[in-house]
Design a protein around this ligand. Structure first.
Ligand SMILES: Nc1nc2c(ncn2[C@@H]2O[C@H](COP(=O)(O)OP(=O)(O)OP(=O)(O)O)[C@@H](O)[C@H]2O)c(=O)[nH]1
Ligand SMILES: [Mg+2]
Length: 315
């Protein structure tokens, strides 16, 4: 175990991958291996920045991560990429897709890429997935990019995972834009109208104006020119500009200390989730036999009332 821990600390990619496998395991004993390691290295958690890249399937998240990742790698950053897919039903092919979309990035040294776990009870978002990010921080990755699908429960997840949230949007007309959930629009820090190239360029520029107007209604304090962009991961024009604004945003959050207070709130979120889950498991285990008695009564044709359940639990 010691050599595994040393491996992670020294930046060994295979060691980090193994530690993450322990973290994602369904066995509590395995989870404890990863968790003890995080506990011992708490002081390293304040390093690194975490950026979420979200958007509907096919909007180009993996391609954007490839483009941004290669750029950041050239700037000298050490990168980790995770994809977290709370709706694996929708995009079964995403793991294969990620590998083919991130060809250049995946062949670079010092870049760690981890596709989303394929079979999980929450359909991709494992109960400990957020801790994979902590493990990458401890392993010394400066920038952690997280790909999430912008549907379903993901705005809560995204909000509690990252320091800045980048939402990718399709070039589309006003009516189609309504499909984007208000919740996810509200939590985003950056809006990128993606695929702004070729035949889609005009539509992208029009969409940019529409997004500017609608986001302005949602967030009056937003600086439109520093937060909303039309961009193409194929042409890559203006990536440095986007990156500079992201860094400026992070720096300003650090100065105002909201960077740290947000991270504390995120920790409370995950703590609450873990606490409730463990408490539930504990009581389910303790009350297993009493539960079975009631279940047998139902099988025998009896109706079990809410009161009976309540009394049974409180006994
Ligand atoms: N024209 C154009 N096409 C793009 C661009 N970026 C990605 N694409 C194409 O869009 C398709 C989807 O790209 P992905 O990067 O896999 O999209 P994704 O959002 O990661 O998809 P999922 O992971 O399946 O949700 C691919 O066919 C890409 O080639 C872009 O900047 N311009
Ligand atoms: Mg993808």
């Amino acid at each position: 175990m010691q050599s595994l821990e040393e491996g992670v600390l020294q930046g060994n990619i295979a060691a980090l991958a193994r530690m993450i496998t322990y973290n994602e395991s369904t066995r509590l004993e395995d989870n404890l291996i990863a968790d003890n390691f995080i506990n011992k290295n708490q002081e390293k958690l304040s390093n690194s920045i975490v950026l979420s890249i979200s958007g509907i399937p096919g909007v180009g998240k993996s391609s954007f991560i490839e483009t941004l990742g290669v750029y950041l790698h050239h700037l000298g950053y050490k990168l980790a990429v995770f994809s977290i897919d709370p709706s694996s039903e929708l995009s079964h092919g995403s793991i294969l897709g990620d590998k083919t979309r991130m060809t250049e990035l995946s062949s670079m040294d010092n870049v760690f890429i981890r596709p989303s776990p394929s079979s999980n009870r929450l359909g991709g978002l494992g109960i400990n997935t957020h801790k994979n990010i902590e493990l990458a921080k401890i392993a010394g990755y400066d920038i952690i990019l997280v790909e999430t699908v912008g549907v379903g429960q993901s705005e809560t997840i995204v909000k509690n995972l990252c320091d800045a949230f980048i939402l990718l949007l399709m070039p589309a007309s006003g009516d189609e834009l309504q499909v984007i959930k208000k919740g996810i629009m509200e939590v985003a820090d950056f809006y990128i109208i993606h695929k702004a190239d070729g035949e889609l360029l005009n539509a992208a520029n029009l969409s940019k104006k529409e997004i500017e107007n609608s986001v302005h209604l949602l967030k009056s304090d937003l600086n439109v020119s520093e937060s909303i962009f039309a961009f193409s991961s194929i042409e890559k024009l203006g990536l440095d500009l986007i990156w500079n604004f992201i860094m400026k945003f992070i720096e300003s959050k650090k100065e105002k200390k909201t960077f740290y207070s947000t991270r504390i709130l995120q920790r409370i979120h995950w703590f609450k989730e873990t606490y409730e889950r463990m408490m539930l498991m504990h009581y389910l285990e303790k009350g297993k036999e009493k539960y079975k008695v009631l279940e047998d009564e139902i099988k025998a044709g009896k109706y079990i009332s809410l009161n009976e359940i309540k009394e049974n639990i409180e006994e």
